[in-house]
Write a protein that binds this ligand. Structure first.
Ligand code: SR1
Ligand code: MG
Length: 414
């Protein structure tokens, strides 16, 4: 029963479902339908009508960014829907509502976010969204604690982890694209400037770097702490001036919490490094760059504070049960601090791996790609790669988030 939707097909399909058609409103012939998917994988339609509208997202049987030569199972839409079923109750106001999932078309009908835009696009355009990173940190902290055995009986967590462990296709994408590809000579790797040839070769030749990333890949595949978003970059966040939603959890899988926080931190750092490349005569982008870097600090600090507070408030699961520490709150607090230090260390490592794969692997970031001047682009990417290598190979240099931000700033100002 699967077929890829197009504009006329979607009009008919939606019109046949009265509850969904009512959310668009008016006569189907008057609906305004556009396909807006700009990600690597799926079709995304916005359908607008008299009552508002809906967003329809459908899996394609291949990687959209690569074409039919790279087949991809359709099941990712199911796991995105399951993410809402499992984590959605903890994430009210931070994610769009999915109203309908169609198992034949592998399509979801969800809330149309308007006037939201993708956070990455906003940052590129030089706009500020003061609440965005705290909302993403809240998303990450809630997911990290409330879907884990810190807050739930282990039976529930094991069942959920088993469900998402079937998300084979997209977990394989991550296992290969993040943790392996950039360290091999593969045709699907690419970088946008010959200036990076040398650094790409030196990354592949660096056994210590390969080992650091492989260690993280091992943790990603084996440490089932909490339900991850799995692809938490600035393109997975939609913002308006006063609302922020995390979208696209199709890579959802149980894994180490630092994978999500690392991915988001990395994408803020890449947005920072890219800013000089977007400078104009009217705007040298320095203020905007400083603001983005500051937001990276706000993100980590808010995450850490909320992770600790949520753990303390919801320690009713089988891991670290609060009842064992009544009257010994200091012991419990020390355990939380130590655990958070491990999540911080993981975050920096995963951030390093994310930066490397976004510059030297298959899937790139518009932050860098939109820099027209080749040497500026190469300079920005090289600075990001320098920080990534330090995060992976010299973790002792980074005791806290400020030391990361200071290093990033020093690279830009050198
Ligand atoms: C083949 S998919 C490539 C990348 O796009 C997604 O957004 C994920 O980041 C994935 O790694
Ligand atoms: Mg995505």
């Amino acid at each position: 029963g699967y077929y890829p939707l197009d504009e006329p097909g979607l009009r008919v399909w939606l019109a046949q479902r009265p509850a969904l058609a009512a959310k668009v409103g008016g006569a189907p012939a008057d609906w305004h339908i556009t396909e807006v998917g700009d990600g690597n994988l799926n079709l995304v339609f916005l359908v607008r009508g008299a009552a508002g509208g809906v967003c329809v997202k459908q899996s394609l049987p291949y990687v959209r960014a690569a074409g039919e030569s790279w087949p991809m199972p359709l099941e990712r839409a199911f796991f995105e829907y399951q993410h809402q079923q499992v984590a959605g109750p903890h994430l009210a106001g931070l994610v769009p509502q999915i109203w309908h999932y169609d198992p034949l078309l592998y399509a979801s009908v969800m809330e149309l976010l308007s006037p939201h835009i993708i956070l990455r696009q906003g940052l590129l355009a030089g706009r500020r969204y003061p609440q965005a990173v705290t909302a993403v940190a809240e998303f990450a902290a809630r997911s990290a604690v409330l879907t884990s055995a810190l807050a739930q009986p282990f039976e529930a967590v094991f069942d959920q982890a088993a469900l998402f462990s079937r998300n084979h296709a997209l977990t394989r994408v991550t296992a290969e694209l993040v943790f392996a590809d950039p360290f091999e000579d593969l045709p699907r790797n690419r970088w946008t400037s010959p200036e990076l040839d040398e650094v790409a070769a030196s990354v592949r030749a660096d056994a210590a770097l390969r080992a650091a990333v492989a260690r993280l890949g091992h943790r990603f595949l084996t440490q089932q702490d909490a339900l991850l978003h799995g692809d938490l970059h600035t393109g997975s966040v939609m913002v308006s001036d006063n609302d922020t939603r995390v979208i696209d959890p199709e890579f959802a899988v149980y894994g180490p919490v630092g994978f999500d926080t690392g991915a988001f931190l990395a994408n803020l750092l890449m947005a920072y490094f890219s800013q000089p490349g977007h400078a104009t005569a009217a705007d040298d982008r320095r203020d905007h760059a400083d603001w983005i870097l500051q937001q990276a600090g706000v993100f980590w600090r808010h995450f850490a504070q909320r992770f600790d507070a949520l753990w303390q408030a919801h320690a009713d699961g089988d891991a670290w049960p609060r009842r064992l520490f009544v009257g010994e709150e200091g012991v419990f607090a020390r355990a939380r601090r130590e655990h958070l230090q491990q999540v911080f260390a993981d975050t920096l490592g995963f951030a390093g791996a994310e930066i490397i794969r976004r510059i030297l692997g298959f899937a790139h970031n518009l932050d860098f790609e939109a820099i027209a001047d080749r040497s500026q682009r190469a300079a920005a990417e090289t600075r990001a790669l320098t920080l990534a290598r330090a995060l992976l190979l010299q973790p002792q240099r980074f005791a806290d988030i400020d030391s990361v931000l200071d290093s990033a700033q020093a690279l830009v100002e050198a």
